[in-house]
Design a protein around this ligand. Structure first.
Ligand code: ADP
Length: 255
């Protein structure tokens, strides 16, 4: 598989006005491959958001290199933890924004957006103004807006964290399938081990303070449940990998 982004020995520190440094990431090396969904999992504060900003080019490494192919420089989208919608637009108008900005809004793509609105459980609300939607609903719009615009690369910073657990489980499956159907290369950071396992074609585990890569896995989940976030959790493959990642994080925490 072609590598789209390659991070080699990347370290990053923040520095405040008094030159006090916070080491966020140390010697991180990883690859993002074309059309895969790469999960990056680790505890809060381990540098996941920083890593995502580095991979997407919003930040530059303090040391180390990030090499990108032409694909990585083509269309990309970024879903933040709390994405804001344009308050003067309706749900549908917000959902169409990505396509509109890319000059790809037409009857067919609006139909696609409407289908996604249904799949994300928002049918019936499409003409509501953004501010009349709950925080979780707004976040769902932000997620589907990014996916339906079919970016070549999608960077996701815990996008489901503001969404209630039951909805989140269902939408994880919808999201995974859409990324696969559209062939979107996705980097998905989360502190939720279960979400990382369910979504990831590959999983990179980060330790805390500063973030280092401690393990990497390719989940081998039964195909029959690969798009069902609930049934997936009932399999022995899922439990084994969960325990493995849990142990990795405990060892990293204690060392
Ligand atoms: P995560 O996404 O895993 O929660 P972050 O990448 O947000 O972690 O943060 C990694 C570390 O860098 C944390 O110790 C955090 O306090 C620190 N940090 C994040 N952003 C800044 C910033 N703008 N200035 C200073 N320190 C920061």
């Amino acid at each position: 598989m072609t590598e789209v982004i390659q991070a080699q020995d990347v370290s990053f520190f923040y520095e405040d006005k008094k030159h006090r440094r916070t080491d966020a990431l140390r010697n991180v090396s990883l690859k993002v491959r074309e059309k895969e969904l790469l999960s990056v999992v680790g505890p809060s504060g381990c540098g996941k958001s920083t890593l995502l900003k580095l991979l997407s080019g919003l930040l530059q490494p303090s040391s180390g290199t990030i090499v990108k192919t032409a694909l990585a420089d083509s269309t990309s989208a970024y879903i933040a933890q709390a994405s804001s919608l344009l308050p003067w637009r309706t749900l549908l108008q917000n959902a169409c924004l990505g396509l509109e900005l890319r000059g790809r809004l037409n009857e067919t793509t609006v139909e696609q957006v409407m289908r996604a609105i249904t799949e994300y459980g928002l049918r019936g609300f499409e003409h509501y103004m953004a501010e009349a939607l709950s925080g979780g609903m707004q976040q769902r719009v932000a997620i589907l807006r990014a996916v339906v615009s079919e970016p070549r690369l999608l960077f996701c910073d815990e996008p489901f964290s503001a969404i209630d657990f039951v909805t989140r489980l269902r939408l994880n499956g919808v999201f995974k399938r859409m990324c696969q159907v559209y062939g979107i290369t996705t980097v998905f950071v989360t502190h939720n081990i279960e979400e990382a396992i369910f979504l990831g074609d590959r999983i990179v585990v980060l330790s805390a303070h500063p973030g280092r890569v401690v393990a990497e896995y390719i989940p081998d989940l039964p195909a029959a449940v690969a798009h069902d976030a609930v049934r997936c959790r009932e399999t022995s493959e899922f439990s084994a990998l969960f325990n493995q990642i849990w142990n990795d994080l405990q060892v990293a925490h204690d060392s």
